[in-house]
Design a protein around this ligand. Structure first.
Ligand code: MG
Length: 400
């Protein structure tokens, strides 16, 4: 039998909610058979689109759709220089779509191809924010009433807001934050939440790499008593050598990885047992294939998964996360952004969450589709991102 081949690759761009989403449609030589993949890099969507149209598409047309591993391995080095976030997302769009196609051909959900289910549904966590501890507590209580058992608590977004009051004359505009004030305020907030909501609720917090390394060590140590489920992005990727110091000081569980690009960035952290949860944005790392490999590798070291799952992961990416979550023996928790109804209309089959659990729909492949006509009604916009123009109280630029 002649192999089924890649006939066309289309890039679908849509922005039905706050993030620009990039979805790849791989069309095959078999009439009616196609797959969807997530390639969402919301801040650099033009670059991903160009990489797919100009480089990946001509390279992949005519190839056998069944050879996912072969395509992924070649896709990583075809440009000779190793992939970064743009090419990682571009390759992911194709990789995830090929898994979707393989599932459709096998008439099985993708989690079956990975090895079958370890659980019926995935525990998710949601984000509770607020201007003060009381508001965070009230928002968290609302989630608890809806059945959520894992809640990420933040106050004033990342790093706290209204931190630009003491800026010097002439300081430039930007998203100001004060790392020292943030640290003091968050510890008070997390204590208030824990005291009010009790020990059973699982609490998470994201530092978003906004502290200098030694303060991150101090924060992880100070927050240990509140028994977080995990502390996220305590350090920036540039400062990962400091994770060893956090480990020496406390047993606060550490989640890391949403800013990682290349598989080799997390390998040594896993092997040295410096983190407890893998948090990669699976489209950024190159798709479902490397995410599966990283999960298996981490399992040998007692490290669990907690894939990145905010609104700048497309519903197709969330579906891929879910299939990994259902299969992985070392699944921890899944981040969930609570898409509005419109997103469910554009992407029929978007995972559903009930009582704090995300469920699959058991259709073949990823179980998700796209209404392209409706998606086209919400084109991507070209706004210049504001929140990543971060500054410290004296006006100096900082990492977002
Ligand atoms: Mg994060």
């Amino acid at each position: 039998m002649a192999p089924i081949t890649i006939k066309d690759i289309q890039v679908i761009l849509t922005q039905p909610w706050h993030s620009r989403l990039i979805v790849v449609k791989v069309i095959t030589s078999e009439p009616g058979l196609y797959g969807l993949g997530c390639a969402t890099f919301t801040q650099r969507w033009h670059a991903v689109e160009a990489a797919i149209e100009g480089h990946l598409k001509p390279f992949l047309i005519g190839r056998d759709v069944s050879r996912i591993e072969d395509i992924w391995q070649l896709g990583m080095v075809h440009g000779y220089w190793r992939n970064g976030p743009v090419l990682g997302n571009a390759l992911s769009g194709v990789d995830i779509a090929l898994w979707d196609i393989k599932g459709k051909l096998a008439n099985m959900p993708v989690y079956q191809l990975l090895g079958g289910k370890c659980r019926e549904a995935a525990n998710v966590y949601v984000h509770a924010d607020g201007r003060d501890p009381q508001e965070v507590i009230e928002n968290a209580q609302r989630f608890m009433e809806q059945g959520y058992r894992f809640i990420r608590v933040q106050m004033g977004g990342y790093g706290g807001k209204n931190a630009g009051k003491t800026r010097p004359e002439g300081a430039l505009d930007g998203a100001y934050y004060d790392p020292r004030a943030y640290m003091r305020n968050m510890l008070k907030m997390i204590e208030a939440v824990r005291v009010t909501l009790g020990d059973e609720i699982e609490l998470l917090h994201d530092i978003h790499e906004r502290l200098i390394p030694i303060d991150a060590v101090g924060f992880a140590k100070a927050v240990e008593q509140f028994k977080l489920y995990f502390l996220e992005d305590a350090l920036a990727p540039e400062d990962i050598a400091w994770f060893e110091h956090i480990r020496q000081q406390c047993s606060t569980p550490i989640a890391m990885g949403e800013l990682f690009n290349n598989p080799h960035e997390w390998r040594s952290m896993i092997e040295r047992r410096l983190i407890d949860f893998l948090r990669m944005h699976i489209s950024q790392m190159g798709g479902l294939t490397p995410a599966r490999n990283a999960a298996i590798h981490a399992n040998f070291y007692g490290i669990r998964t907690a894939w990145h799952g905010p609104g700048d992961v497309s519903p197709v990416g969330h579906a891929a996360n879910l299939h990994l979550d259902l299969w992985a023996p070392n699944f921890g928790v899944q981040e969930w952004c609570r898409f509005p109804e419109l997103v469910y209309e554009i992407f029929p089959g978007t995972p559903e969450v009930r009582n704090g659990y995300m469920y699959p729909n058991d259709r073949p492949g990823l179980g998700i589709d796209i209404n392209e006509k409706l998606a086209a009604k919400y084109p991507c916009t070209d706004e210049i991102e504001q929140w990543t123009q971060t500054r410290l109280p004296d006006g100096s630029p900082a990492r977002p």
